[in-house]
Design a protein around this ligand. Structure first.
Ligand SMILES: [Zn+2]
Length: 239
């Protein structure tokens, strides 16, 4: 790993700053208004956003473990194809057998947490104890969402998340980082989806991906609590 990548962020500070035009592009890519995006995690060679970075606590106060959100429609649909083809099952099986891979993947989890903490600092969120130790996408031991891993790989640069890197290699026929695939990938003509035009600002503020992430965080917290109480109570005392 080269020295440049020890902070696990592909873009430098200036390139991470989202412009108004970036936010509009994100809204067009996702076909909904984006919220709580604090940085751009990765960009196309043309400059368009590939990954939106969300702070670990939303402006509503809700803890948000999923830092990187893949937004580019060409990449998201290519990754969906890999998921549909069963790649996550293969990866989970391999994680159970290949200890080197499992160790590298566990390291990716740590890198994810470290950079999320840095993003929390930069964005003014500060520490978010509710999601301490909880990353995303199934890390550190499972693969539950390839989009999360690919988002991490793009934002971190190659060599940080082995399974995200592998998924990127597997979508090479549809997208590679050296070729711009933006033209026609989203509607650039219609008005950008805007929260000002929305009649349902409150309900849209919590979109399905966000709800899913919240449930995952709550589940992880419960599992962690259960593990602790298992460790604390002697075996055979369950009723
Ligand atoms: Zn492009």
């Amino acid at each position: 790993m080269d020295a440049e990548n020890t902070n696990h962020e592909a873009l430098d500070a200036a390139a991470r700053v989202p412009s108004e035009s970036d936010l509009e592009t994100l809204s067009r890519q996702l076909n909904r208004p984006v919220r709580d995006v604090v940085e751009i995690g990765a960009r196309c060679i043309c400059g368009n956003p590939l990954v939106a970075t969300t702070a670990p606590r939303l402006s509503s106060g809700i803890p948000f473990p999923t830092t990187y959100y893949l937004t580019h429609p060409v990449i998201t649909s290519a990754v969906s194809r890999l998921e549909a083809a069963g790649l996550m099952n293969e990866m989970n099986a391999e994680l159970g057998e290949n200890t080197d891979l499992a160790a590298a993947y566990a390291h990716a989890h740590e890198a994810y947490l470290a950079v999320r903490e840095a993003i929390g600092e930069r964005s003014g969120t500060g520490p978010v104890p509710e999601i301490a130790g909880v990353s995303a996408g199934g890390m550190p031991t499972r693969v539950k969402c390839l989009h999360v891993l690919v988002g991490h790989s793009l934002a971190a640069g190659k060599g940080v998340n082995p399974l995200g890197d592998r998924a990127l290699e597997d979508i090479a026929e549809w997208w590679t980082k050296d070729i711009c695939r933006c033209t026609g990938a989203w509607d650039t003509q219609a008005p950008a989806p805007s929260q000002d035009r929305s009649r349902h600002v409150k309900t849209q503020a919590i979109d399905p991906a966000l709800k899913k992430a919240e449930r995952a965080a709550a589940r992880a917290a419960r599992e962690a609590a259960a593990l602790e109480s298992d460790a604390a109570s002697p075996k055979g005392t369950e009723v």
